[in-house]
Design a protein around this ligand. Structure first.
Ligand SMILES: Nc1ncnc2c1ncn2[C@@H]1O[C@H](COP(=O)(O)OP(=O)(O)O)[C@@H](O)[C@H]1O
Ligand SMILES: [Mg+2]
Length: 261
């Protein structure tokens, strides 16, 4: 089971879009996938075809220890992946956990129940470096950072990298940066090309080869409650997320190989 936290404290960079579409793409290659919605906005929940306002059991209840994952997990019918949904109630967890012992490790401990039921767990983080995000970083094996190639992107990245370093030092020594994903990419934009080149220079092969283009189909699919694969599978957006799933799987195979030699 590989647990990836999809994180960037900036909103609107494509975290949720990446979670939903990567979950569906990995599921399409027969991987068992659990998507965890850890954003009170619940966009990953809605985007997976689940009505968030009427939910009785959500990830909030898992975090505060009232429910087990089994009681909370649903299946995205179209997407063929499981999801631990969220809604606005999750915002309360931030306050409720503040005085708890081991408040940063709630999610990590809840994962024990899952054993090896999934190949990939993707965690959709909120746009903040708060306690909820720290729970995700503490529970994860690695972080995937979606980012838009614009001027302030690199600045925001250093705050995130500092948080990752702190989590490594105190809570999760094995936490890796799995990769940086260029999203909402517009090849005709000179600044985007420049920032993209800077990124590759700085982070080398941590930057995924796959680039997610700006594609209106990706923005439209959530209003139908389906991943883009089930809305327009021939779209550039659908192909890009399938390619990303392929890249992640081949990276994992390579890592496994080099670990055995
Ligand atoms: N590659 C893309 N092309 C077009 N629109 C996108 C793309 N990625 C995300 N969007 C749209 O941009 C907005 C923000 O994306 P979202 O995934 O919700 O970001 P985040 O979760 O980081 O806040 C949403 O309306 C989404 O539909
Ligand atoms: Mg989001």
């Amino acid at each position: 089971m590989r647990i990836l936290a999809i994180t960037n404290q900036k909103g609107g960079v494509g975290k949720t879009t990446t979670c939903v579409n990567l979950a569906a793409s990995l599921a399409a290659t027969k991987r068992r996938v659990l998507l965890i919605d850890l954003d009170p906005q619940g966009n990953a929940t809605t985007g997976s075809g689940i009505e968030k306002t009427t939910l009785k059991n959500t990830i909030y209840h898992v975090l505060i220890g009232q429910k087990t994952f089994k009681e909370v997990i649903q299946t995205s019918e179209k997407g063929k992946f499981d999801i631990a949904p969220a809604n606005r109630e999750l915002a309360g967890a931030e306050v409720e956990l503040v005085n708890e012992i081991a408040r940063e490790t709630k999610l990590k401990h809840a994962f024990v129940e899952l054993g090896d039921s999934y190949d990939y767990v993707l965690i959709d983080c909120p746009p903040a470096l708060n306690l909820i995000t720290v729970n995700a970083l503490t529970a994860a094996h690695a972080v995937m950072i979606p980012m838009q190639c614009e001027y302030y992107a690199l600045e925001g990245l250093s705050d995130l990298v500092n948080t990752i370093k702190k989590v490594r030092a105190h809570l999760n020594p094995g936490l890796e940066i799995e990769g940086l994903l260029r999203t909402l990419f517009d090849n005709r934009n000179m600044l985007a090309q420049q920032v993209s080149a800077d990124l590759s220079q700085h982070f080398g092969d941590k930057v995924y080869r796959t680039v997610i283009p700006r594609n209106v189909r990706l923005a439209e699919a959530p209003s139908f409650g389906v991943p883009v694969l089930f809305y327009d599978k021939a779209s550039k957006g659908a192909k890009a997320y399938l390619a990303l799933a392929g890249e992640i799987i081949s990276r994992a195979k390579r890592a496994a190989k080099s670990a055995t030699v």
